[in-house]
Design a protein around this ligand. Structure first.
Ligand SMILES: NC(=O)c1ccc[n+]([C@@H]2O[C@H](COP(=O)([O-])OP(=O)(O)OC[C@H]3O[C@@H](n4cnc5c(N)ncnc54)[C@H](OP(=O)(O)O)[C@@H]3O)[C@@H](O)[C@H]2O)c1
Length: 249
């Protein structure tokens, strides 16, 4: 199949492109650095010609609720219009597990707007809601460095390996559209602070990590078990310690 990956140069997008090629599919990456702007649609039509499906793993930079809702809605609308014109039969969007349980974070407002646009759009779709990736705690530590320490809130996650997310997205795009959502998670719960420390140690990066909600990049709306997946989630195989042993990339 010929499958376009919106955001194919990003953290998860690169792995999706690799996984598509490894499994014998043709992958077409769509990103601004490759001449495709998914807000304006510039460069999109010619790259989408002949595509059977689109996997959307974009992540526009946003700071406020309004910016997030506007950006995710605009990108989705542009993509769906171009997909309809190109005869694309399946739109797959990567979203977040427990999306509806987190109030107050701009990114989550943007992702809910994205899901609404996909579900009410003209293209048969599958939404893949994933829990946080194994490198998520290290990423939030780097977003909030205070006095030389990365601040990580002490929250509970059930993280998933980035490569497992890519495999699930490819499996979704090469199957029939669900016109609904599927939830995926890693095999066990983990402590975010411990994860950040072990990720930096595995990467040889000596950023100290401080456990705190104050000055953390995430607010108290993420506290407790709010991010844990539902009982219906499909569990991917790769444990956090296996990902660490494999180099934490
Ligand atoms: N991190 C997690 O734990 C987690 C968990 C669940 C779900 N997710 C979801 O995963 C998705 C992908 O995250 P990521 O970390 O892989 O993102 P990322 O590394 O920031 O990559 C974002 C991609 O989007 C492209 N992009 C952004 N704006 C664009 C535009 N206007 N036109 C065309 N391309 C554009 C970027 O390329 P250019 O800049 O070159 O345009 C890049 O390829 C997010 O939507 C997030 O909600 C993440």
């Amino acid at each position: 199949m010929r499958i376009a990956v919106a955001g194919g140069t990003g953290r998860i997008g690169r792995l999706v492109v690799e996984e598509l090629r490894r499994s014998g599919h043709e992958a077409v990456s769509l990103s601004r650095s490759e001449g495709v702007d998914l807000r304006s649609g510039d460069g999109l039509a010619s790259r989408l010609a002949g595509a059977d499906a689109v996997i959307d793993v974009t992540n526009p930079p946003v700071a406020t609720v309004e910016e997030a809702e506007e950006a995710f809605t605009a990108i989705t609308a542009t993509l769906l219009r171009a997909e309809r014109d190109a005869g694309v039969a399946h739109h797959v969007a990567l979203s977040i597990a427990a999306l509806d349980a987190v109030d107050g974070n701009p990114h989550y407002f943007g992702k809910r707007a994205q899901e609404r646009a996909v579900a009410t759009g003209p293209i048969p779709f599958t939404i893949v809601r994933a829990t946080q990736f194994h490198d998520f705690p290290a990423m939030i530590a780097e977003w909030s460095v205070v006095d030389g320490e990365g601040v990580v809130p002490p929250l509970l996650l059930q993280p998933i390996a980035p490569a497992d997310v890519a495999a699930e997205l490819v499996a979704a795009a090469t199957s029939a559209p669900l016109d609904g959502a599927v939830e995926i998670a890693g095999p066990r719960t983990e402590d975010a602070v411990d994860m950040a420390r072990r990720t930096f140690a595995a990467r040889g990066h000596d950023l100290p990590v401080r456990a705190s909600w104050r000055e953390a990049a995430l607010g108290l709306e993420f506290a407790g078990e709010v991010l844990l997946p539902s009982a219906q989630a499909r569990l991917a195989p790769t444990r956090f310690d296996e990902w660490i042993a494999d180099g934490a990339q």
